[in-house]
Design a protein around this ligand. Sequence first.
Ligand SMILES: Nc1ncnc2c1ncn2[C@@H]1O[C@H](COP(=O)(O)OP(=O)(O)O)[C@@H](O)[C@H]1O
Ligand SMILES: [Mg+2]
Length: 327
Amino acid sequence: MTMLLKVEDLKTEFKTERGIVKAVDGVSYDVNEGEIIGLVGESGCGKSVSQLSLLRLIPIPPGRIVDGRAFFEGEDLLCMKDEKIRSVRGRKIAMIFQEPMTSLNPALTICRQMTEMLELHLKMDLKTAKERSIELLEKVGIPDAKRRIYDYPHQFSGGMRQRVMVAMAISCNPKLIIADEPTTALDATIQAQLLELINQMVQQSHTAMVLVTHNLGVVARYAQRINVMYAGRIVEAGTVDEIWEQPAHPYTIGLLQSVPKLGAQAGKKLVPIQGLPPNLINLPPTCPFLPRCRYKSRECYREPWGELRHLGGRHYVRCHLDIRGEL
Ligand SMILES: Nc1ncnc2c1ncn2[C@@H]1O[C@H](COP(=O)(O)OP(=O)(O)O)[C@@H](O)[C@H]1O
Ligand SMILES: [Mg+2]
């Protein structure tokens, strides 16, 4: 296995009127070539910011990457020259966002947007780029692609727009695709179809992917390894089997119980996690999951929020309790 991306101690903050938001507070993980890594956590825990930081797409100010390294093919994305990082975006690392209207230009036809990327990154001439774009649209299941390529984004349904985004993401044969909640805005049937499509596309081209979602069931289906995020940090990491069979963080257990488990008997009750995620301004020194934790002990109130602890294999947890097997 060749390592493609290695993120070390990434920290990203936002300066706001109410104080410093520590959106990403020391995140480390790696992605191997062709591997699918799931990044899971509730809304607001820092998933998107952790990914946007890699491509240096966070607004500065109010944002600031405070610390960290992100080695991609041996070079640190976080200190690359602007020009260099622009040549990585879309070409080596592509993104699929939750809401395609934020990344598609409403004023330009799909044809224009797709061919522009191919001309820029792969130096194709317009005719070849157009042919290739139509091929790609057909590949992702856009009916009548030869004609539809001249449409504007708003002329496509939400699901079809996401298919266009997938076509654009794979168009330059990137090494890594970051799919940030690619299906959250869509209804359930279309979500499933689109995830299958994305999975099929990355498998075919052996592209690595970071699949960001708040649904642990989704990542368990597609990813090989999972990182669970809470309050700006990874609280549990491991292979899908390790996390599915022996979840070690109370938060992960909460997530598992709040999503329909694949193969679970119908009618099994889903239990939402009580309480709200913490405010990322002025986090307490103790574990930020403490107020919501069903397993907390008196010790948890005295212990500072600790480091990731190795549990064997590829399994790590940021919790001093040992509750594996209590699910
Ligand atoms: N431009 C910004 N200004 C201030 N705070 C921000 C900005 N973008 C993100 N944040 C904050 O960073 C935190 C992490 O956000 P985000 O990564 O988008 O969460 P997720 O993707 O997990 O839902 C949140 O508390 C969010 O409010
Ligand atoms: Mg997000």
